[in-house]
Design a protein around this ligand. Structure first.
Ligand code: HEC
Ligand code: HEC
Ligand code: HEC
Ligand code: HEC
Ligand code: HEC
Length: 356
Protein backbone atom coordinates (compact mmCIF):
# COMPACT_ATOMS: atom_id res chain seq x y z
CA UNK A 1 0.00 0.00 0.00
CA UNK A 2 2.84 2.37 0.80
CA UNK A 3 4.29 1.49 -2.57
CA UNK A 4 0.98 2.15 -4.31
CA UNK A 5 0.74 5.48 -2.53
CA UNK A 6 4.10 6.56 -3.83
CA UNK A 7 3.30 5.28 -7.28
CA UNK A 8 0.11 7.29 -7.41
CA UNK A 9 1.89 10.31 -6.03
CA UNK A 10 4.51 10.03 -8.73
CA UNK A 11 1.81 9.62 -11.37
CA UNK A 12 0.21 12.90 -10.31
CA UNK A 13 3.36 14.76 -11.41
CA UNK A 14 2.66 17.72 -9.20
CA UNK A 15 5.69 19.99 -9.34
CA UNK A 16 6.59 21.29 -5.92
CA UNK A 17 9.40 23.64 -4.92
CA UNK A 18 12.28 21.99 -3.05
CA UNK A 19 12.46 22.91 0.64
CA UNK A 20 15.50 23.63 2.74
CA UNK A 21 15.03 20.40 4.71
CA UNK A 22 14.98 18.39 1.49
CA UNK A 23 11.28 17.47 1.71
CA UNK A 24 9.26 18.81 -1.20
CA UNK A 25 5.51 19.45 -1.04
CA UNK A 26 4.50 16.01 -2.15
CA UNK A 27 6.82 14.13 0.20
CA UNK A 28 5.59 16.31 3.00
CA UNK A 29 2.00 15.48 2.12
CA UNK A 30 2.72 11.74 2.02
CA UNK A 31 4.53 11.96 5.34
CA UNK A 32 1.56 13.79 6.84
CA UNK A 33 -0.82 11.11 5.57
CA UNK A 34 1.36 8.28 6.96
CA UNK A 35 1.17 9.95 10.38
CA UNK A 36 -2.60 10.42 10.11
CA UNK A 37 -5.34 8.12 11.42
CA UNK A 38 -6.27 7.28 7.80
CA UNK A 39 -2.77 5.89 7.21
CA UNK A 40 -2.54 3.99 10.49
CA UNK A 41 -2.09 0.32 9.58
CA UNK A 42 -2.21 -0.70 13.26
CA UNK A 43 -5.57 0.91 14.02
CA UNK A 44 -8.50 -1.24 15.09
CA UNK A 45 -10.38 0.43 12.23
CA UNK A 46 -8.32 -1.53 9.70
CA UNK A 47 -7.37 -4.67 11.67
CA UNK A 48 -10.59 -5.54 13.50
CA UNK A 49 -11.53 -8.18 10.89
CA UNK A 50 -8.10 -9.79 10.49
CA UNK A 51 -9.21 -13.04 12.16
CA UNK A 52 -12.11 -13.27 9.70
CA UNK A 53 -9.83 -12.70 6.72
CA UNK A 54 -11.99 -10.05 5.04
CA UNK A 55 -14.09 -7.02 5.93
CA UNK A 56 -17.84 -7.75 5.57
CA UNK A 57 -19.79 -5.74 2.98
CA UNK A 58 -21.65 -3.79 5.66
CA UNK A 59 -18.38 -2.48 7.11
CA UNK A 60 -16.06 -2.40 4.08
CA UNK A 61 -17.10 0.99 2.67
CA UNK A 62 -15.51 2.84 5.58
CA UNK A 63 -12.98 0.30 6.85
CA UNK A 64 -11.01 -0.70 3.74
CA UNK A 65 -9.79 1.07 0.65
CA UNK A 66 -11.08 -1.71 -1.60
CA UNK A 67 -14.54 -1.40 -0.03
CA UNK A 68 -14.57 2.35 -0.54
CA UNK A 69 -13.52 1.99 -4.20
CA UNK A 70 -16.26 -0.64 -4.62
CA UNK A 71 -18.76 1.86 -3.19
CA UNK A 72 -17.53 4.60 -5.56
CA UNK A 73 -18.03 2.29 -8.54
CA UNK A 74 -14.35 2.07 -9.48
CA UNK A 75 -13.42 -0.88 -11.72
CA UNK A 76 -16.90 -1.72 -12.94
CA UNK A 77 -18.58 -2.09 -9.55
CA UNK A 78 -22.05 -0.63 -9.11
CA UNK A 79 -21.71 2.83 -7.56
CA UNK A 80 -23.56 3.55 -4.30
CA UNK A 81 -23.31 0.06 -2.82
CA UNK A 82 -20.68 -2.46 -1.71
CA UNK A 83 -20.99 -5.84 -3.44
CA UNK A 84 -17.83 -7.57 -2.21
CA UNK A 85 -16.07 -7.99 1.13
CA UNK A 86 -13.17 -5.58 1.64
CA UNK A 87 -9.49 -6.45 2.02
CA UNK A 88 -8.11 -6.49 5.55
CA UNK A 89 -5.21 -4.18 6.47
CA UNK A 90 -6.02 -1.66 3.75
CA UNK A 91 -5.96 1.87 5.10
CA UNK A 92 -7.53 4.92 3.46
CA UNK A 93 -4.84 5.61 0.93
CA UNK A 94 -4.31 8.12 -1.86
CA UNK A 95 -6.46 6.16 -4.30
CA UNK A 96 -9.50 6.34 -1.98
CA UNK A 97 -9.85 10.07 -2.53
CA UNK A 98 -7.99 10.54 -5.81
CA UNK A 99 -9.77 8.42 -8.41
CA UNK A 100 -11.93 10.09 -11.07
CA UNK A 101 -14.99 8.71 -9.27
CA UNK A 102 -13.92 10.20 -5.93
CA UNK A 103 -13.20 13.58 -7.49
CA UNK A 104 -16.59 13.55 -9.24
CA UNK A 105 -18.52 12.60 -6.08
CA UNK A 106 -20.64 15.55 -4.99
CA UNK A 107 -23.70 14.08 -3.22
CA UNK A 108 -23.98 11.67 -0.29
CA UNK A 109 -26.97 9.71 1.02
CA UNK A 110 -27.18 9.60 4.82
CA UNK A 111 -28.63 6.83 7.04
CA UNK A 112 -31.88 8.83 7.18
CA UNK A 113 -32.18 8.29 3.41
CA UNK A 114 -31.72 12.01 2.79
CA UNK A 115 -29.35 12.87 -0.06
CA UNK A 116 -27.30 16.02 0.39
CA UNK A 117 -25.64 17.51 -2.72
CA UNK A 118 -23.13 20.24 -3.47
CA UNK A 119 -20.49 18.82 -1.12
CA UNK A 120 -17.45 19.31 -3.38
CA UNK A 121 -14.14 17.96 -2.11
CA UNK A 122 -15.68 17.17 1.30
CA UNK A 123 -18.01 14.56 -0.26
CA UNK A 124 -15.61 11.65 0.34
CA UNK A 125 -15.27 12.63 4.01
CA UNK A 126 -19.05 12.69 4.34
CA UNK A 127 -19.41 9.10 3.08
CA UNK A 128 -17.38 7.63 5.92
CA UNK A 129 -18.17 10.16 8.62
CA UNK A 130 -21.96 9.95 8.24
CA UNK A 131 -22.63 7.43 11.03
CA UNK A 132 -24.81 4.35 10.63
CA UNK A 133 -28.13 5.31 12.24
CA UNK A 134 -30.46 8.30 12.41
CA UNK A 135 -33.61 9.64 14.02
CA UNK A 136 -35.59 7.61 11.50
CA UNK A 137 -34.21 4.19 12.54
CA UNK A 138 -34.86 4.98 16.22
CA UNK A 139 -38.41 6.08 15.38
CA UNK A 140 -39.04 2.87 13.42
CA UNK A 141 -37.82 0.67 16.29
CA UNK A 142 -39.98 2.51 18.81
CA UNK A 143 -43.09 2.80 16.65
CA UNK A 144 -46.27 1.20 17.99
CA UNK A 145 -44.84 0.63 21.48
CA UNK A 146 -45.97 2.39 24.65
CA UNK A 147 -43.34 5.04 25.57
CA UNK A 148 -42.72 3.74 29.09
CA UNK A 149 -43.21 0.02 28.69
CA UNK A 150 -40.21 -2.30 28.59
CA UNK A 151 -40.11 -4.18 25.31
CA UNK A 152 -38.01 -7.25 24.59
CA UNK A 153 -37.95 -6.19 20.92
CA UNK A 154 -35.84 -3.15 21.71
CA UNK A 155 -32.04 -3.04 21.80
CA UNK A 156 -29.62 -0.13 21.99
CA UNK A 157 -29.17 1.71 18.68
CA UNK A 158 -25.62 3.01 18.19
CA UNK A 159 -24.87 5.86 15.79
CA UNK A 160 -21.33 4.43 15.41
CA UNK A 161 -18.20 6.64 15.49
CA UNK A 162 -17.05 10.06 14.35
CA UNK A 163 -20.30 10.87 12.52
CA UNK A 164 -19.12 14.46 12.19
CA UNK A 165 -20.65 14.96 8.74
CA UNK A 166 -24.13 14.12 9.97
CA UNK A 167 -23.61 16.39 12.99
CA UNK A 168 -22.53 19.28 10.79
CA UNK A 169 -25.65 18.93 8.64
CA UNK A 170 -27.92 18.69 11.69
CA UNK A 171 -31.64 18.57 10.86
CA UNK A 172 -30.79 18.13 7.16
CA UNK A 173 -29.39 14.64 7.88
CA UNK A 174 -31.14 13.89 11.25
CA UNK A 175 -28.32 12.07 13.10
CA UNK A 176 -29.87 12.79 16.50
CA UNK A 177 -33.28 11.53 17.61
CA UNK A 178 -35.53 14.48 16.83
CA UNK A 179 -38.62 14.73 19.04
CA UNK A 180 -41.96 15.47 17.41
CA UNK A 181 -43.05 19.10 17.57
CA UNK A 182 -39.52 20.46 18.04
CA UNK A 183 -37.49 22.28 15.42
CA UNK A 184 -33.80 21.55 14.99
CA UNK A 185 -30.84 23.50 13.66
CA UNK A 186 -29.79 22.58 10.12
CA UNK A 187 -26.30 22.77 8.70
CA UNK A 188 -23.89 24.81 10.83
CA UNK A 189 -22.74 27.40 8.32
CA UNK A 190 -20.17 28.99 10.64
CA UNK A 191 -18.20 31.42 8.41
CA UNK A 192 -16.88 31.25 4.84
CA UNK A 193 -13.46 29.59 4.99
CA UNK A 194 -14.46 27.33 7.93
CA UNK A 195 -17.67 25.84 6.54
CA UNK A 196 -16.67 22.42 5.16
CA UNK A 197 -14.60 19.42 6.25
CA UNK A 198 -11.56 20.31 4.17
CA UNK A 199 -11.80 24.01 5.00
CA UNK A 200 -10.96 23.10 8.61
CA UNK A 201 -9.21 19.71 8.32
CA UNK A 202 -6.15 19.38 6.07
CA UNK A 203 -7.27 16.25 4.17
CA UNK A 204 -3.94 14.38 4.42
CA UNK A 205 -2.99 14.93 8.05
CA UNK A 206 -6.69 15.45 9.01
CA UNK A 207 -5.36 18.08 11.44
CA UNK A 208 -7.03 21.43 12.11
CA UNK A 209 -4.88 24.55 11.85
CA UNK A 210 -5.83 26.27 15.09
CA UNK A 211 -4.06 29.60 14.52
CA UNK A 212 -6.69 30.58 11.96
CA UNK A 213 -9.47 29.82 14.45
CA UNK A 214 -7.93 31.79 17.27
CA UNK A 215 -7.34 34.78 14.99
CA UNK A 216 -11.13 35.24 14.94
CA UNK A 217 -11.94 33.79 18.33
CA UNK A 218 -9.79 36.10 20.39
CA UNK A 219 -9.14 35.87 24.09
CA UNK A 220 -8.83 32.07 24.32
CA UNK A 221 -5.88 29.71 23.87
CA UNK A 222 -7.80 26.45 23.44
CA UNK A 223 -10.44 25.59 20.83
CA UNK A 224 -12.63 24.06 23.54
CA UNK A 225 -12.80 27.47 25.26
CA UNK A 226 -14.37 29.15 22.21
CA UNK A 227 -17.79 30.58 22.80
CA UNK A 228 -20.04 33.00 20.93
CA UNK A 229 -23.41 32.04 22.47
CA UNK A 230 -23.51 33.27 26.02
CA UNK A 231 -26.72 31.83 27.44
CA UNK A 232 -26.50 29.43 30.38
CA UNK A 233 -27.78 26.42 28.38
CA UNK A 234 -26.92 23.80 31.02
CA UNK A 235 -28.19 25.93 33.89
CA UNK A 236 -25.06 25.53 35.98
CA UNK A 237 -24.72 29.24 36.71
CA UNK A 238 -21.22 29.10 35.22
CA UNK A 239 -20.86 30.63 31.77
CA UNK A 240 -17.10 31.10 31.86
CA UNK A 241 -16.22 28.00 29.80
CA UNK A 242 -16.46 27.39 26.06
CA UNK A 243 -19.62 26.14 24.36
CA UNK A 244 -17.98 22.71 24.69
CA UNK A 245 -18.42 22.88 28.48
CA UNK A 246 -22.18 23.56 28.10
CA UNK A 247 -22.55 20.46 25.94
CA UNK A 248 -20.52 18.33 28.36
CA UNK A 249 -22.55 19.59 31.33
CA UNK A 250 -25.83 18.73 29.57
CA UNK A 251 -24.44 15.29 28.67
CA UNK A 252 -23.68 14.56 32.29
CA UNK A 253 -27.13 15.74 33.42
CA UNK A 254 -28.67 13.54 30.75
CA UNK A 255 -26.73 10.52 32.02
CA UNK A 256 -28.03 11.16 35.54
CA UNK A 257 -31.59 11.41 34.20
CA UNK A 258 -31.16 8.19 32.19
CA UNK A 259 -30.07 6.37 35.34
CA UNK A 260 -33.00 7.69 37.39
CA UNK A 261 -35.48 6.78 34.67
CA UNK A 262 -34.03 3.28 34.18
CA UNK A 263 -34.16 2.47 37.88
CA UNK A 264 -37.55 4.02 38.62
CA UNK A 265 -39.59 3.58 35.43
CA UNK A 266 -37.93 0.76 33.44
CA UNK A 267 -37.26 -1.02 36.75
CA UNK A 268 -33.62 -2.04 36.10
CA UNK A 269 -30.64 0.22 36.91
CA UNK A 270 -28.40 1.14 33.97
CA UNK A 271 -24.80 2.31 33.60
CA UNK A 272 -22.61 3.41 30.70
CA UNK A 273 -19.13 2.21 29.75
CA UNK A 274 -17.05 3.25 26.77
CA UNK A 275 -17.22 -0.22 25.26
CA UNK A 276 -19.69 -1.80 22.84
CA UNK A 277 -22.72 -2.06 23.43
CA UNK A 278 -22.20 0.84 25.86
CA UNK A 279 -25.21 0.46 28.15
CA UNK A 280 -25.10 -2.29 30.77
CA UNK A 281 -27.22 -3.54 33.65
CA UNK A 282 -25.94 -2.08 36.89
CA UNK A 283 -27.16 -4.30 39.75
CA UNK A 284 -25.61 -2.06 42.42
CA UNK A 285 -27.29 1.02 40.97
CA UNK A 286 -24.10 2.97 41.67
CA UNK A 287 -23.35 3.92 38.06
CA UNK A 288 -19.97 2.20 38.38
CA UNK A 289 -19.36 -1.03 36.49
CA UNK A 290 -16.66 -3.57 37.26
CA UNK A 291 -14.78 -5.07 34.27
CA UNK A 292 -16.72 -8.35 34.54
CA UNK A 293 -19.97 -6.41 34.13
CA UNK A 294 -18.86 -4.83 30.85
CA UNK A 295 -19.80 -7.85 28.75
CA UNK A 296 -22.20 -8.66 25.97
CA UNK A 297 -24.22 -10.90 28.31
CA UNK A 298 -24.71 -8.02 30.71
CA UNK A 299 -25.87 -5.58 28.03
CA UNK A 300 -28.87 -3.54 29.13
CA UNK A 301 -32.10 -5.21 28.08
CA UNK A 302 -34.92 -3.30 29.75
CA UNK A 303 -35.38 -0.69 27.05
CA UNK A 304 -38.51 1.40 26.75
CA UNK A 305 -38.95 3.67 23.72
CA UNK A 306 -38.36 6.79 25.84
CA UNK A 307 -35.17 5.39 27.34
CA UNK A 308 -33.85 4.27 23.96
CA UNK A 309 -34.31 7.75 22.45
CA UNK A 310 -32.47 9.43 25.33
CA UNK A 311 -29.64 6.87 25.36
CA UNK A 312 -29.31 7.19 21.58
CA UNK A 313 -28.92 10.97 21.83
CA UNK A 314 -26.44 10.64 24.69
CA UNK A 315 -24.28 8.48 22.44
CA UNK A 316 -24.62 10.81 19.43
CA UNK A 317 -23.01 13.54 21.53
CA UNK A 318 -20.46 11.22 23.17
CA UNK A 319 -19.18 9.82 19.87
CA UNK A 320 -18.61 13.18 18.18
CA UNK A 321 -16.42 15.00 20.69
CA UNK A 322 -15.99 17.71 18.03
CA UNK A 323 -19.76 18.25 18.06
CA UNK A 324 -19.28 21.64 19.70
CA UNK A 325 -17.53 22.89 16.57
CA UNK A 326 -19.37 20.76 13.97
CA UNK A 327 -22.80 21.95 15.10
CA UNK A 328 -23.12 23.32 18.64
CA UNK A 329 -26.80 24.30 18.44
CA UNK A 330 -27.93 20.90 17.18
CA UNK A 331 -25.98 19.12 19.94
CA UNK A 332 -27.44 21.36 22.64
CA UNK A 333 -30.95 20.86 21.24
CA UNK A 334 -30.95 17.05 21.15
CA UNK A 335 -29.44 16.80 24.65
CA UNK A 336 -31.90 19.34 26.00
CA UNK A 337 -34.90 17.58 24.49
CA UNK A 338 -33.91 14.13 25.79
CA UNK A 339 -33.39 15.55 29.25
CA UNK A 340 -36.74 17.33 29.17
CA UNK A 341 -38.49 14.22 27.85
CA UNK A 342 -37.21 12.04 30.71
CA UNK A 343 -37.96 14.77 33.24
CA UNK A 344 -41.59 14.82 32.13
CA UNK A 345 -41.98 11.31 33.57
CA UNK A 346 -39.52 11.18 36.45
CA UNK A 347 -40.51 14.59 37.80
CA UNK A 348 -36.90 15.81 37.66
CA UNK A 349 -36.72 19.62 37.74
CA UNK A 350 -35.22 20.93 34.49
CA UNK A 351 -36.44 24.51 34.74
CA UNK A 352 -32.80 25.67 34.95
CA UNK A 353 -31.78 24.47 31.47
CA UNK A 354 -32.32 26.56 28.38
CA UNK A 355 -32.75 25.49 24.75
CA UNK A 356 -31.01 27.36 21.90
C1 HEC B 1 -20.36 4.89 7.33
C2 HEC B 1 -19.02 4.44 7.62
C3 HEC B 1 -18.83 3.26 8.53
C4 HEC B 1 -19.36 2.01 8.41
C5 HEC B 1 -20.33 1.49 7.36
C6 HEC B 1 -18.81 1.23 9.49
N1 HEC B 1 -17.94 2.00 10.23
FE1 HEC B 1 -16.87 1.41 11.85
N2 HEC B 1 -16.06 3.27 12.01
C7 HEC B 1 -16.28 4.31 11.14
C8 HEC B 1 -15.43 5.42 11.48
C9 HEC B 1 -15.37 6.76 10.77
C10 HEC B 1 -14.66 5.00 12.59
C11 HEC B 1 -13.52 5.75 13.25
C12 HEC B 1 -13.82 6.40 14.52
C13 HEC B 1 -12.58 7.06 15.06
O1 HEC B 1 -12.33 8.20 14.74
O2 HEC B 1 -11.85 6.37 15.80
C14 HEC B 1 -15.08 3.64 12.89
C15 HEC B 1 -14.56 2.86 13.93
C16 HEC B 1 -14.84 1.52 14.12
C17 HEC B 1 -14.18 0.69 15.08
C18 HEC B 1 -13.06 1.12 16.01
C19 HEC B 1 -13.63 1.67 17.26
C20 HEC B 1 -12.55 2.03 18.22
O3 HEC B 1 -12.84 1.95 19.40
O4 HEC B 1 -11.46 2.43 17.77
C21 HEC B 1 -14.75 -0.55 14.98
C22 HEC B 1 -14.39 -1.80 15.78
C23 HEC B 1 -15.76 -0.49 13.96
N3 HEC B 1 -15.80 0.79 13.45
C24 HEC B 1 -16.55 -1.53 13.58
C25 HEC B 1 -17.43 -1.52 12.50
C26 HEC B 1 -18.18 -2.67 12.07
C27 HEC B 1 -18.17 -4.02 12.72
C28 HEC B 1 -18.89 -2.26 10.97
C29 HEC B 1 -19.84 -3.09 10.10
C30 HEC B 1 -20.86 -3.81 10.80
C31 HEC B 1 -18.58 -0.86 10.74
N4 HEC B 1 -17.68 -0.45 11.68
C32 HEC B 1 -19.13 -0.09 9.71
C33 HEC B 1 -17.17 4.31 10.09
C34 HEC B 1 -17.93 3.25 9.67
C1 HEC C 1 -9.31 11.32 2.75
C2 HEC C 1 -9.13 11.76 1.40
C3 HEC C 1 -7.75 11.96 0.86
C4 HEC C 1 -6.68 11.10 0.92
C5 HEC C 1 -6.61 9.77 1.63
C6 HEC C 1 -5.63 11.71 0.16
N1 HEC C 1 -6.03 12.91 -0.33
FE1 HEC C 1 -4.93 14.18 -1.49
N2 HEC C 1 -6.43 15.56 -1.39
C7 HEC C 1 -7.67 15.35 -0.84
C8 HEC C 1 -8.46 16.52 -1.01
C9 HEC C 1 -9.90 16.70 -0.54
C10 HEC C 1 -7.66 17.46 -1.71
C11 HEC C 1 -8.04 18.84 -2.16
C12 HEC C 1 -7.88 19.81 -1.02
C13 HEC C 1 -8.63 21.10 -1.27
O1 HEC C 1 -9.67 21.08 -1.93
O2 HEC C 1 -8.15 22.08 -0.77
C14 HEC C 1 -6.39 16.81 -1.95
C15 HEC C 1 -5.31 17.39 -2.62
C16 HEC C 1 -4.18 16.71 -3.01
C17 HEC C 1 -3.11 17.27 -3.80
C18 HEC C 1 -3.05 18.69 -4.33
C19 HEC C 1 -2.15 19.55 -3.44
C20 HEC C 1 -2.72 19.91 -2.13
O3 HEC C 1 -2.01 19.83 -1.11
O4 HEC C 1 -3.92 20.30 -2.06
C21 HEC C 1 -2.18 16.29 -3.97
C22 HEC C 1 -0.87 16.36 -4.73
C23 HEC C 1 -2.66 15.11 -3.27
N3 HEC C 1 -3.87 15.41 -2.68
C24 HEC C 1 -1.99 13.91 -3.20
C25 HEC C 1 -2.34 12.87 -2.34
C26 HEC C 1 -1.50 11.72 -2.07
C27 HEC C 1 -0.15 11.46 -2.71
C28 HEC C 1 -2.15 10.97 -1.16
C29 HEC C 1 -1.66 9.69 -0.47
C30 HEC C 1 -0.47 9.85 0.33
C31 HEC C 1 -3.41 11.63 -0.88
N4 HEC C 1 -3.48 12.78 -1.59
C32 HEC C 1 -4.39 11.13 -0.01
C33 HEC C 1 -8.11 14.20 -0.21
C34 HEC C 1 -7.32 13.11 0.08
C1 HEC D 1 -13.03 5.54 3.31
C2 HEC D 1 -13.54 6.10 4.56
C3 HEC D 1 -13.04 7.45 5.02
C4 HEC D 1 -12.91 8.60 4.29
C5 HEC D 1 -13.16 8.82 2.80
C6 HEC D 1 -12.51 9.62 5.22
N1 HEC D 1 -12.37 9.10 6.48
FE1 HEC D 1 -11.70 10.06 8.11
N2 HEC D 1 -11.61 8.33 9.12
C7 HEC D 1 -12.05 7.11 8.65
C8 HEC D 1 -11.72 6.08 9.60
C9 HEC D 1 -12.02 4.60 9.48
C10 HEC D 1 -11.03 6.73 10.66
C11 HEC D 1 -10.42 6.09 11.90
C12 HEC D 1 -9.00 5.75 11.55
C13 HEC D 1 -8.23 5.16 12.68
O1 HEC D 1 -8.83 4.68 13.63
O2 HEC D 1 -6.98 5.20 12.61
C14 HEC D 1 -11.00 8.14 10.33
C15 HEC D 1 -10.43 9.12 11.13
C16 HEC D 1 -10.54 10.48 10.89
C17 HEC D 1 -10.15 11.52 11.81
C18 HEC D 1 -9.55 11.32 13.19
C19 HEC D 1 -10.67 10.95 14.14
C20 HEC D 1 -10.26 10.83 15.59
O3 HEC D 1 -10.98 10.09 16.30
O4 HEC D 1 -9.29 11.47 16.00
C21 HEC D 1 -10.43 12.72 11.21
C22 HEC D 1 -10.23 14.10 11.80
C23 HEC D 1 -10.96 12.42 9.91
N3 HEC D 1 -11.02 11.05 9.75
C24 HEC D 1 -11.36 13.37 8.99
C25 HEC D 1 -11.64 13.08 7.65
C26 HEC D 1 -11.74 14.05 6.60
C27 HEC D 1 -11.60 15.55 6.79
C28 HEC D 1 -11.99 13.38 5.45
C29 HEC D 1 -12.12 13.92 4.04
C30 HEC D 1 -10.98 14.67 3.53
C31 HEC D 1 -12.06 11.97 5.78
N4 HEC D 1 -11.84 11.83 7.13
C32 HEC D 1 -12.31 10.95 4.87
C33 HEC D 1 -12.70 6.89 7.46
C34 HEC D 1 -12.70 7.78 6.41
C1 HEC E 1 -15.06 24.79 11.80
C2 HEC E 1 -14.05 23.81 11.58
C3 HEC E 1 -14.45 22.37 11.35
C4 HEC E 1 -15.28 21.86 10.38
C5 HEC E 1 -16.10 22.62 9.35
C6 HEC E 1 -15.23 20.43 10.52
N1 HEC E 1 -14.43 20.08 11.57
FE1 HEC E 1 -14.07 18.21 12.26
N2 HEC E 1 -13.15 18.98 13.89
C7 HEC E 1 -12.79 20.29 14.06
C8 HEC E 1 -12.08 20.43 15.32
C9 HEC E 1 -11.51 21.72 15.87
C10 HEC E 1 -12.02 19.15 15.89
C11 HEC E 1 -11.38 18.75 17.22
C12 HEC E 1 -12.34 19.05 18.33
C13 HEC E 1 -11.85 18.66 19.68
O1 HEC E 1 -11.40 17.53 19.85
O2 HEC E 1 -11.93 19.51 20.60
C14 HEC E 1 -12.70 18.25 14.96
C15 HEC E 1 -12.85 16.88 15.16
C16 HEC E 1 -13.19 15.99 14.14
C17 HEC E 1 -13.10 14.54 14.23
C18 HEC E 1 -12.58 13.73 15.40
C19 HEC E 1 -13.41 13.78 16.62
C20 HEC E 1 -14.88 13.68 16.42
O3 HEC E 1 -15.57 14.65 16.78
O4 HEC E 1 -15.38 12.69 15.89
C21 HEC E 1 -13.53 14.05 13.03
C22 HEC E 1 -13.64 12.60 12.62
C23 HEC E 1 -13.89 15.19 12.20
N3 HEC E 1 -13.68 16.34 12.91
C24 HEC E 1 -14.35 15.09 10.91
C25 HEC E 1 -14.94 16.16 10.22
C26 HEC E 1 -15.67 16.01 8.98
C27 HEC E 1 -15.87 14.73 8.24
C28 HEC E 1 -16.13 17.25 8.65
C29 HEC E 1 -17.03 17.65 7.50
C30 HEC E 1 -18.35 17.08 7.55
C31 HEC E 1 -15.66 18.18 9.68
N4 HEC E 1 -14.95 17.47 10.61
C32 HEC E 1 -15.89 19.54 9.70
C33 HEC E 1 -13.08 21.33 13.20
C34 HEC E 1 -13.93 21.24 12.11
C1 HEC F 1 -13.65 34.56 10.14
C2 HEC F 1 -13.80 34.37 11.58
C3 HEC F 1 -13.87 32.97 12.09
C4 HEC F 1 -12.96 31.95 11.89
C5 HEC F 1 -11.72 31.94 11.05
C6 HEC F 1 -13.43 30.85 12.71
N1 HEC F 1 -14.59 31.17 13.35
FE1 HEC F 1 -15.60 30.01 14.66
N2 HEC F 1 -17.12 31.35 14.71
C7 HEC F 1 -17.11 32.58 14.08
C8 HEC F 1 -18.43 33.17 14.22
C9 HEC F 1 -18.89 34.51 13.65
C10 HEC F 1 -19.22 32.25 14.97
C11 HEC F 1 -20.71 32.35 15.34
C12 HEC F 1 -21.45 31.59 14.25
C13 HEC F 1 -22.89 31.30 14.57
O1 HEC F 1 -23.25 31.21 15.75
O2 HEC F 1 -23.65 31.03 13.61
C14 HEC F 1 -18.35 31.14 15.29
C15 HEC F 1 -18.73 30.05 16.06
C16 HEC F 1 -17.85 29.07 16.47
C17 HEC F 1 -18.14 28.07 17.47
C18 HEC F 1 -19.43 27.90 18.26
C19 HEC F 1 -19.42 28.82 19.45
C20 HEC F 1 -20.72 28.88 20.19
O3 HEC F 1 -20.76 29.47 21.27
O4 HEC F 1 -21.72 28.34 19.68
C21 HEC F 1 -17.03 27.29 17.60
C22 HEC F 1 -16.85 26.13 18.55
C23 HEC F 1 -16.06 27.78 16.65
N3 HEC F 1 -16.58 28.88 16.02
C24 HEC F 1 -14.82 27.21 16.43
C25 HEC F 1 -13.97 27.59 15.42
C26 HEC F 1 -12.82 26.81 15.00
C27 HEC F 1 -12.36 25.52 15.63
C28 HEC F 1 -12.25 27.48 13.96
C29 HEC F 1 -11.03 27.10 13.17
C30 HEC F 1 -11.08 25.84 12.43
C31 HEC F 1 -13.04 28.68 13.74
N4 HEC F 1 -14.07 28.69 14.63
C32 HEC F 1 -12.76 29.64 12.79
C33 HEC F 1 -16.03 33.13 13.42
C34 HEC F 1 -14.91 32.45 13.00
Amino acid sequence: MRFLALLLAAALFIPAPARADGLDGLERLIAAWLESPHGNYQSLSFTYWNDQGSVPESCAMCHSETGFLDFLGVGGHTAGQVDHPGTINTVIGCASCHTAEAHALDAVTFPSGVEVAGLGSSATCMVCHQGRQSSDQVETRAAGKAEDEVSGDLAFVNIHYAASAATMLGAEARPGYQYAGRSYAGRFMHVPGADSCVACHEPHSTAVETDGCLACHRGVDELRDIRTQHRDFAGTGDRSGGIHSEIVALQSQLMDAIRVYAAEIAGTPIAYANSFPYFFTDPSGSGELSPDQITRDNRYQSWTPRLLKAAYNYQVAAKDPGGYVHNPRYMLQILHDSLADLAGITGLDVSHISRP
